[in-house]
Design a protein around this ligand. Structure first.
Ligand SMILES: O=C(CO)[C@@H](O)[C@H](O)COP(=O)(O)O
Ligand SMILES: [Fe+2]
Length: 219
């Protein structure tokens, strides 16, 4: 199964995004964390900065919205050209309707769940989404430790995706390193977000290491 490695620019130098994007050119997508200091206790940036990243980036954008009222804001990220737009189930008023809007605009539609949110209610909704993001840390900050107790959710998702034959990517985000990526790949993930572990070292080397480990253990 193909795997995808998506570095999170939350761990990059915010004053040098153009240079930082150049350091991750071997990645599949660039993960862009949008935080509003309401849904999570941290603040990053919004539409204007993302629009500029879309212009600068040679690889597609994987937008992760950690914001209240995604029903209002998410379509704007699809309209600016983001390849994938993922919003949180806990914040959305009508997740299915929002996913349909995102797809109509031309983006892949993703739904994210926090570590404490059960996955079962979403299994029958899988045809409505292109990606499910199982958060492996509490959303809000980079550099946290991987929460392994989230892994059974991936098992359920992988089983449902295999059974239905749908093209739904299963993403993990938070605390992904060369060690934890093996656990997540074995559990069923195929799309991996990594911030600190990519930007802390030499990004091209880190991306290659993560890709090799995930490929060796993916389903
Ligand atoms: O969404 C988030 C955090 O809420 C992430 O995308 C982080 O940016 C991942 O950072 P690391 O855990 O890999 O440092
Ligand atoms: Fe993220």
């Amino acid at each position: 199964m193909p795997v995808r490695i998506n570095p999170s620019i939350l761990a990059a130098d915010f004053a040098n995004f153009e240079r930082e994007l150049g350091r991750i050119s071997t990645a599949d997508l660039v993960h862009v964390d949008i935080m509003d200091n309401h849904f999570v206790p941290n603040l990053t940036f919004g539409l204007a900065m993302t629009e500029r990243l879309q212009e600068l980036s040679a690889i597609p954008l994987d937008v992760h919205l950690m914001i209240d009222d995604p029903d209002r804001w998410a379509p704007g990220y699809a309209e600016l050209g983001a390849y994938s737009v993922t919003f949180h189930a806990e914040a959305a008023k009508d997740a299915v309707s929002l996913a349909r809007t995102l797809r109509d605009i031309g983006a892949r539609a993703g739904i994210a769940i926090k570590p404490g949110t059960p996955v079962e209610p979403f299994l029958e909704l899988l045809p409505e989404f292109d990606q499910v993001l199982v958060m492996t840390v509490e959303p809000g900050f980079g550099g946290q430790s991987f929460i392994e107790s989230t892994m059974p959710k991936l098992g359920l998702l992988r089983e449902a995706v295999t059974k239905t034959g749908l093209d739904v990517w299963l993403q993990v985000d938070g605390g992904i390193t060369a060690d934890t990526i093996v656990i997540a790949a074995e559990a069923g993930a195929d799309t991996f977000v990594a911030g600190s572990s990519v930007f802390r070292g030499e990004p091209a080397e880190q991306i290659a290491t993560l890709r090799a480990a995930a490929t060796a253990h993916a389903h």
